[in-house]
Design a protein around this ligand. Structure first.
Ligand code: G6Q
Length: 547
């Protein structure tokens, strides 16, 4: 397969897209819609309960045809098959990429190195279920015999962003008598604030770390251990009742003092940013209960099946990925705004930042050649309508092209007067205004003086997707996350990059470790960095000793 795939810019479809872009680059969405009155119905897909309206993208039928051809020429069908069949597609780490196995139904068979991993996945799910039920029902007691009322997840990156996002997204379904906190930053304030009003006797810490070596997490876990022991009179036996671990590293978990009977495992074929549906989701399961957690997995699986088996022209993640490639590589968009019109999804953009940018922020192809095209765009966003009163100005009238993904729901989880209609009116209005803008003639017709007209003109022709679902259920959350996971996969496949490694993150982990002893040493260290770093270290040492 590898040998037959040409470098991206030499693929016939890429060349055809470049020529096609020259022809249509000045075409306005106003004209595209005027010429095709059914466009807004035609360029839509509905699958697994998600509705995608992609008609407000700057594309024609020919663009779509060429993008689909590009997917085939890029080996996307074969790459999808390779992922689902457990091939080691994360080449730089020589690992399979099997988050899809985490949500496969019990009877499924997915092999890694000749071993079906699905039974293990379900064994862990059952163990998580049993544990969650014990905590939620009060059967699991803390060291002093009190039941657990507070759960603190300690983790960072992939071991934090998914749990935080899912907790916020599914708060409506959560057990309100339990308090959930998430500690990630090594800035001590994160732990101090998260623990300040908690009773250690009622607090359970989940130390979530795939490697169990991450400096931030280990530092926070140690402080949590000290805090607990201080609060419970120093009895080290209390640790077993108040700490559980989620990790792939039993040795380290045990060295920390956590009973490995209270350890929930996952595997090296689960990438950190793809792990919220593994045991890393323990805090989610504790919050919303095992049934809702399984509904979340069901939603993921539905989109996995859809991605795996649906022809590309009707395939939601494939189309979203291809449109993103078009906007990024041909229209020159450098960012994508993700704008959920659903307050519960307030952490969804932050979650997607890691998923998209850690996955596709790569500068070389799978075979190590520097790319001569743009790869992953910057993802960012805020929930609507708040963003409308701040950065939307730039999206409407600035000089940059910012494609937007609007996400909205037909029904509010807790309806309140007219709120939901007003919320949804804003989504539709924003997408409409971005696409069609307001011409000088229209502005003049409103009686605007000539000098003011240019300021009030909206060029329009700003692309957007609208994703609509019925309501934010655990199942729909799973669908949305899987939608973006596979869109990221599609983009990475076209760019021919490794979407599953993160050497940039690894670098950060090593660098800080080198400097810590230089900051802590009692005597002046012999510094061998550049003059700026040396100087900053000296200045910091002076600042802290002056205290
Ligand atoms: C995710 C990354 C990274 C990772 C964190 C935490 O894909 O690998 O964000 O999740 O660095 O790592 P640990 O879970 O090993 O502590």
């Amino acid at each position: 397969m590898k040998a037959t795939i040409k470098p991206l810019t030499q693929r016939p479809a890429w060349k055809a897209l470049a020529a096609h872009h020259k022809k249509i680059k000045n075409l306005h969405l106003r004209k595209l819609f005027a010429d095709d009155p059914k466009r807004g119905e035609r360029l839509t897909i509905e699958a697994v309960g998600l509705y995608l309206d992609y008609s407000k993208n700057r594309i024609t039928d020919q663009t779509l045809k060429l993008l689909l051809q590009l997917a085939r020429e890029s080996g996307l069908p074969e790459k999808i098959e390779a992922m689902f069949s457990g091939e080691k597609i994360n080449v730089t780490e020589n690992r399979a990429v099997l988050h899809v196995a985490l949500r496969a139904p019990k009877g499924a068979k997915i092999y890694v190195d000749g071993k079906n991993v699905v039974p293990e996945v379900h064994a862990v799910l059952d163990k998580l279920t049993e544990f969650s039920n014990r905590v939620r029902s009060g059967k699991w007691k803390g060291h002093t015999g009190k039941r657990i009322r507070n759960v603190v997840n300690i983790g960072i990156g992939g071991s934090d962003l998914g749990p935080v996002m899912a907790y916020e997204a599914l708060k409506h379904y959560s057990e309100r008598s339990l308090t959930f906190r998430f500690v990630s930053n090594v800035d001590g304030i994160d732990f101090v604030e998260a623990s300040r009003d908690l009773d250690p006797a009622e607090t359970l810490f989940i130390v979530s770390s795939k490697t169990f070596t991450t400096l931030e997490t280990m530092t926070n876990a140690q402080s949590a251990r000290d805090w607990l022991l201080k609060g419970l009179g120093g009895d080290v036996k209390s640790v077993a009742k108040h700490f559980v671990a989620v990790s792939t590293n039993a040795e380290r978990v045990s060295a920390f003092g956590i009973d490995t009977a209270n350890m929930f495992v996952f595997w090296d074929w689960v990438g950190g940013r793809y792990s919220m549906d593994s045991a890393i989701g323990l805090s989610t399961m504790l919050a919303v209960g095992p049934d809702n957690f399984r509904a979340l997995l069901k939603g993921f699986h539905e989109v996995d099946e859809h991605f795996h088996h649906t022809p590309f022209e009707k395939n939601l993640p494939v189309l979203m990925g291809l449109l993103s490639v078009w906007n990024n590589d041909f229209l020159g968009a450098q960012t994508v705004a993700v704008l959920p019109y659903e307050q519960y999804l307030k952490r969804f953009p932050a979650y997607l930042q890691q998923l998209t940018m850690e996955s596709n922020g790569k500068h070389v192809t799978l075979d190590g050649k520097k790319v001569d095209y743009q790869t992953g765009p910057v993802y960012w966003g805020e929930p609507g309508t708040n963003g409308q009163h701040s950065f939307y100005q730039l999206i409407h009238q600035g000089t940059r092209l910012i494609p937007c993904d609007f996400i909205a729901f037909g029904n509010a989880l807790t309806p309140l007067g007219r709120h939901h209609d007003i919320l949804l009116a804003n989504v539709f209005a924003q997408a409409e205004a971005l696409a069609f803008g307001k011409t000088a003639e229209e502005v003049k017709a409103e009686g605007t003086p000539d000098w003011l007209v240019p300021h009030r003109v909206f060029e329009g022709n700003r692309p957007s997707n609208v994703i609509l679902a019925d309501r934010l259920t655990p199942e729909v959350l799973g669908q949305l996350v899987a939608l973006y996971e596979h869109s990221v996969f599609t983009q990475g496949a076209i760019w021919n990059i490794d979407s599953f490694d993160q050497w940039g993150v690894e670098l950060g982990k090593v660098l800080a470790q080198r400097i810590v002893p230089e900051l802590e040493s009692k005597t002046a260290p012999r510094l061998k960095h550049d003059s700026s770093t040396n100087n900053l270290i000296c200045r910091y040492r002076k600042l802290k000793s002056a205290k």
